[in-house]
Structure formats: structure tokens, C-alpha cells
Design a protein around this ligand. Structure first.
Ligand code: C2E
Ligand code: MG
Ligand code: MG
Length: 274
């Protein structure tokens, strides 16, 4: 196939995804899955990360890795976020009552959402307050790419959110290109060690060194640290030995639909998922 035909095919596929996604947002068929965040010392669930899910009638399951960037380019990311935020806040507020325990809720935010950051701050606060959720139990996950664009506006928004009580985590930490100086200038609460380091920990000794360095960086800057993509027991053991107790990954649980999370939480008899 010649190059421009391949490009056309890609373009058509993108337009199809965009059209179907717009429809899914309008028809409110977007779903949210929840992956437990665990204190691995006792395998206790402390909260969840909300992850968007989309099963389309025509296209089947489409991964967020594919459609998030299309949503960004098409200007759909804000309305997609509104759907996810509403569903997740409503769910967490039910669970907090049902389980009589306050779970933390982490949400992913795209860099594009900070282009109108005052609107974003306003809407985050409005959603939390309308579901009567404690801002202290809400975590905003951003990547370093968010800090690379729109800096002044973004910094102002992050400070406002922090003052409101929200925690800010750097997702996929260690894979970005921004300078580390933002760690001292910005109200960051937590570093999320990227799963690529965890996965290849045994093949490559330098990955273990990088993990140790991120943990020690977070300790010296008084930041929390969490590891994502923990799939195997030896990865958990290595992290615990090195002082990282908060984890997420298939070893504990895959992302689950609301009913799936409820039965995991209930069967774990007050949180422990041993
Ligand atoms: P992320 O925020 O870093 O989320 C972690 C991803 O790793 C999720 O993929 C999760 O299902 C997957 N994962 C968790 N544990 C394991 C594990 O042990 N092994 C492996 N191999 N994978 C694991 P998912 O749900 O496909 O999401 C991919 C990315 O899409 C997310 O990465 C996030 O950047 C983005 N995303 C997902 N939901 C949203 C959303 O609501 N809004 C925005 N803006 N982005 C989202
Ligand atoms: Mg995340
Ligand atoms: Mg990540």
C-alpha cells in the first residue's frame, strides 16, 4: 500500500472514532471502571482510580490509549471528562455511605483541559460540592506534559485546587521530559512510578535503581509515592523493601465495573484483599 493511502485510511478511522465518541458522550453510554489503590503492607484498599471505558456498538471496545488523544484533538475532552467525573463522583458518594468508609477517588486529567483552567477549577469544585465529597479525598492525576504547556495558567489552577484541599499526583513519573524543578515550585503531593519501570524490573537492573531513586526522591521531598502496574509478587516485595507501600496493579485487582468493585470490597471483609 502506498504511503498516502495508508494515511487516508488512518484519517478515516480517526474520523469514525470521533463521530462515534461524540455520539457516545451525547447518549451517555460512556462507562467508568475502578482500579483499587492498595496499601500493600496489609493489602488494604484505600481508594480507586477512575478509568474511562467505551464499548461502541460498531467499533467494539476502544482503548482509552486510542480515543483520549482523538477526544483531545476534536475538542471533546471536556465533555468526556464531565461524564466520567459525574459518574465517578456519584458512585464514590454511594460507596462512602454503603461501606461507611471514605475512599479516595483519583481521576486522570489531560493537558488540554488546562487550556481553560479557571473553568476547570470551577467545575471540579462544583462537582465535588454537589456530591458532598471531601476535596481531601480527591486526587488529580496529571502527567508532566501538562506542566510543559500553558504554564502560568496551569500553575495558578494547581495552586487553587491544592488550596481547596485536592491532592495532585504526577502520573507516569519518570517518562516525561520536563525539568524536575517543578517538584519544588508546584503543589505536588504524590509521584506515581510509571509501570514500565515496574514491569521490566527483573530484566534490567537500571530499572530497579530508577525505582529506588524515585522512592528516595519522594521521601526527601516529603511526597507520597505509589507504584502502578504491579503484577507479580516479587515486584511488590521489592517495592515494600524499598519503602513504597502504595500500589496499584493486576496483582491486587484489574480495573473493575462498579458491581465488580463492590463485590471485591465486600468479599474482602473490610478491605483486605489477600
Ligand atoms: P494511567 O492513568 O497511567 O492508567 C493506568 C493504566 O494501566 C490503565 O489503562 C490500567 O488499566 C492499566 N493497568 C493497571 N494496572 C496494570 C497492570 O498491572 N498491568 C498492566 N499491563 N496495565 C495495568 P487504561 O485504563 O487502558 O488507561 C490508559 C490511559 O488512558 C491511562 O493511563 C490514562 O492516561 C488514560 N485515561 C484513562 N481514563 C482516563 C480518563 O478518564 N481521562 C483521561 N484524561 N485519561 C484517561
Ligand atoms: Mg492515572
Ligand atoms: Mg500511569
Amino acid at each position: 500500500m502506498i504511503y498516502h493511502e495508508l494515511l487516508n485510511e488512518k484519517q478515516t478511522e480517526k474520523m469514525q472514532i470521533e463521530k462515534r465518541l461524540r455520539k457516545a458522550i451525547q447518549k451517555e453510554t460512556i462507562e467508568v471502571y475502578y482500579q483499587p489503590k492498595v496499601d500493600a503492607r496489609h493489602n488494604i484498599i484505600t481508594g480507586v482510580e477512575a478509568l474511562v471505558r467505551w464499548h461502541d456498538e460498531e467499533l467494539g471496545f476502544v482503548s482509552p490509549e486510542v480515543f483520549i488523544c482523538i477526544a483531545e484533538e476534536a475538542g471533546l475532552i471536556h465533555s468526556l471528562w464531565e461524564s466520567v467525573m459525574n459518574i465517578a463522583c456519584c458512585q464514590i458518594s454511594k460507596w462512602n455511605k454503603m461501606f461507611n468508609q471514605e475512599l479516595t477517588l483519583a481521576m486522570n486529567f489531560s493537558p488540554r483541559q488546562f487550556q481553560d483552567s479557571s473553568l476547570l477549577v470551577h467545575e471540579v469544585k462544583a462537582a465535588l460540592s454537589s456530591y458532598k465529597l471531601n476535596p481531601g479525598s480527591f486526587e488529580m492525576e496529571i502527567t508532566e506534559s501538562t506542566l510543559l504547556i500553558n504554564t502560568q495558567e496551569t500553575i495558578k489552577a494547581l495552586h487553587e485546587l491544592k488550596e481547596y484541599g485536592i491532592s495532585i499526583s504526577i502520573d507516569d513519573f519518570g517518562t516525561g521530559y520536563s525539568s524536575l524543578s517543578y517538584l519544588k515550585n508546584l503543589p505536588i503531593d504524590c509521584l506515581k512510578i510509571d509501570r514500565s519501570f515496574i514491569m521490566d524490573m527483573n530484566e534490567d537492573d537500571s530499572n530497579r535503581k530508577i525505582i529506588q531513586a524515585i522512592i528516595s526522591l519522594s521521601q526527601s521531598l516529603n511526597l507520597n509515592v505509589i507504584a502502578e502496574g504491579v503484577e507479580l509478587e516479587y515486584q511488590k516485595d521489592f517495592l515494600l523493601e524499598n519503602g513504597c507501600v502504595h500500589m496499584q496493579g493486576y496483582l491486587f485487582s484489574r480495573p473493575l465495573c462498579a458491581i465488580g468493585f463492590e463485590s471485591l470490597f465486600c468479599s474482602s471483609d473490610g478491605q483486605s484483599i489477600d
